[in-house]
Design a binder for this molecule. Structure first.
Ligand code: MLT
Length: 407
């Protein structure tokens, strides 16, 4: 008789974003005249820039011709794309990133979810709280935790609170941990780690033989020149960090699907295993490579013209972020983030709980947000607004909040 993976029973609820979509849909169904403005999930809205469309189209064209047709590609990704990612994205790395340390994938979400399987079952996981829910949920599914406790934490995970008091960047773990998830620019708080802050974590990881899983999916949104875009800007990180990134947000590939993970060859676990060799084994076994069409689009996105064009779209989203912050602050709402990240982390007025404020924003203003508590217990009494959206819709949402929110 087949029995199920019991660890799934430890999950405390459904995945955050479908749950928001479900509640928003239910509200829309019972209020058919209401125009709902969705600032919940970080979903891109602007059309792909011309050079990327050209790249994707050339990918399709190649498939239509017997001379240029290709079937399966290398599981690790198109060699030229791996080379370009290494060159363009890791220019400032303290130790050079080689093309064969870059693994192209169908997106950062799957890599973020899959990477944990390289580590032993008894690895102790430390996670920023609040955090992108995939880090916690996939470790729960893998059986690395116990059940959810009343305070919203799972047994067995080391939570690293990111609060107003520490400017949303955590202290080092107080005990020895094995795997540390860091995300900068942070989803959901919009905080960006400084070089000093990353240095402390790299130092800790080297000293404790821990591995950092660094999610840099929003690095292109950093405007402040002093802030690091990659953990590899810190000397020694190639010996203790994996970095995951994506074309989704910076190039509008949320539906196209393309991302990558850097697993340095110098990265070795306490028991002497090469994580680069293991990830290579994992990907070649379980993955047939990213779509060859998407990869042509990725190459175009990293061309000089592509980078210029995507910057314009990034600027548009960051202007949305400014509009959101300014509008909400004008009615006395405390906002964080939104300066070097496309997310605005909003303190619920009068200490309201996240889901209560979610309901209030939806009912009174017809704006859907993401409840902070969905990212972890330290996200309670916050909500996240996404700056991804057409500027006109963002302005409309902000005006509706200013006019209709009763606080
Ligand atoms: C988010 O809204 O946090 C993300 O867009 C979801 C994702 O990237 O999977």
């Amino acid at each position: 008789m087949a029995t199920s993976n019991q660890s799934y029973k430890n999950l405390s609820g459904s995945y955050l974003f479908p749950e928001i979509a479900r509640r928003t849909k239910a509200f829309a169904a019972s209020h058919p005249k209401a125009k709902i403005m969705r600032l919940g999930i970080g979903n891109t809205t602007e059309p792909l820039p011309p050079s990327i469309v050209k790249g994707l189209s050339s990918g399709v064209k190649k498939l239509s011709n017997i001379k240029t047709y290709s079937g399966y590609g290398d599981e690790q990704g198109n060699t030229e794309l791996r080379r370009r990612i290494a060159e363009v994205k890791y220019k400032k790395a303290a130790e050079k990133i080689e093309a064969d340390e870059v693994f192209v994938s169908d997106g950062a979400k799957s890599d973020t979810a899959n990477i944990q399987e390289l580590f032993s079952q008894d690895s102790i996981i430390a996670i920023q709280d609040p955090a992108y829910p995939v880090y916690v949920d996939t470790n729960v599914m893998a059986g690395r935790t116990g059940k959810a406790k009343e305070n919203g934490q799972y047994e067995g995970i080391v939570y690293m609170p990111c609060t107003e008091q520490n400017n949303f960047f955590p202290e080092l773990p107080h005990k020895k941990v094995d795997i540390i998830y860091l995300c900068s620019p942070n989803n959901p708080t919009g905080a960006v780690a400084t070089k000093e802050q990353l240095k402390r974590f790299v130092g800790y990881a080297l000293e404790n033989e821990a591995i950092i899983i660094f999610d840099s999916a929003y690095e292109r949104f950093i405007a402040d020149k002093k802030l690091p875009h990659s953990i590899y800007e810190i000397s020694g990180a190639k010996k203790c960090a994996i970095e995951i990134n994506s074309f989704s947000k910076e190039a509008g590939f949320t539906g196209v699907r393309l991302g990558w993970t850097v697993v340095p060859k110098t990265l070795v676990t306490e028991d002497g295993a090469s994580l680069n060799a293991m990830w290579n084994r994992r990907q070649t076994t379980r993955f047939n490579g990213a779509s060859n069409i998407s990869q042509e689009g990725g190459l175009a996105a990293l061309s000089a013209k592509g980078l210029k064009e995507t910057q314009k779209v990034i600027d548009l989203y960051m202007n949305n972020a400014k509009v959101i912050r300014k509008g909400l602050e004008s009615i006395g709402i405390k906002c964080y983030g939104g300066v070097n990240a496309p997310y605005i982390w909003i303190k619920c007025p009068k200490g309201m709980k996240s889901w209560d404020f979610f309901n209030k924003l939806l009912e009174e203003c017809h704006v859907a947000c993401t409840p902070g508590s969905g990212f972890g217990p330290s996200g309670e009494s916050f909500v996240r607004l996404s700056a991804f959206g057409h500027p006109k819709d963002i302005r409309e949402a902000v005006e509706s909040i200013k006019k209709n929110l009763k606080i």
